[in-house]
Write a protein that binds this ligand. Structure first.
Ligand SMILES: CC(C)(COP(=O)(O)OP(=O)(O)OC[C@H]1O[C@@H](n2cnc3c(N)ncnc32)[C@H](O)[C@@H]1OP(=O)(O)O)[C@@H](O)C(=O)NCCC(=O)NCCS
Length: 149
């Protein structure tokens, strides 16, 4: 499998946290890569992906949409490197990041060290019965579930 399809499979796997992620990736991320409002940072060895950040930068929002490091690569500083590269491209030291409840604890040390501030804890943001933790900003939420941006 090529890296592009590996990346798509990886992103699809996050549907357990964000059920609409495939639609979001096709409708927002891919076009945004062409108009310069999105960037994907993928760290790989040519076969498998070790780390991933999906970024959004427009006039309104500077955001790390997804941040992930492969379990076998965690604890070696890759998460920090991704944050460094993300904040540099975004031109913003404290971009918005939202994190599902199930993995929020993974991010504690990394986010504290980088001065990220927990601003919201939203029940039912993307799925019923779970919290989304939002750092450095707020999610746009109308009635019902939030829409991935
Ligand atoms: C959060 C995450 C990106 C950190 O990546 P990483 O490469 O391990 O990060 P670093 O090596 O730069 O470590 C940063 C700090 O976090 C700590 N840390 C890393 N993984 C951790 C975990 N699972 N639980 C608790 N602390 C953790 C490290 O010990 C380190 O702290 P220290 O430097 O004070 O010792 C990674 O754990 C991850 O991808 N988790 C799953 C996230 C996910 O599911 N994302 C997709 C949906 S948003």
């Amino acid at each position: 499998m090529g890296i592009d399809s590996t990346l798509c499979c990886l992103v699809s796997g996050f549907s357990r946290y964000y059920p609409d992620i495939d639609d979001w990736f096709a409708a927002k991320v891919i076009p945004g890569m062409f108009n310069g409002t999105r960037r994907i940072i993928a760290k790989s060895d040519g076969e498998s992906i070790h780390g991933l950040a999906i970024l959004k930068k427009d006039l309104v929002e500077q955001k790390i949409c997804t941040l992930w490091v492969h379990p076998s690569q965690r604890g070696f500083g890759l998460g920090q490197r991704l944050i460094d590269e993300a904040t540099e491209w975004l031109g913003c030291k404290q971009p918005i990041l939202s994190v599902p409840q199930e993995v929020n604890a993974h991010f504690n040390r990394l986010l504290t060290r980088n001065g990220f501030e927990l601003r919201q804890r939203i029940l039912n943001a993307y799925r019923p019965g779970t919290y989304e933790f939002v750092y450095n900003g707020e999610l746009n939420k109308s009635d019902g579930f939030s829409v991935l941006q």
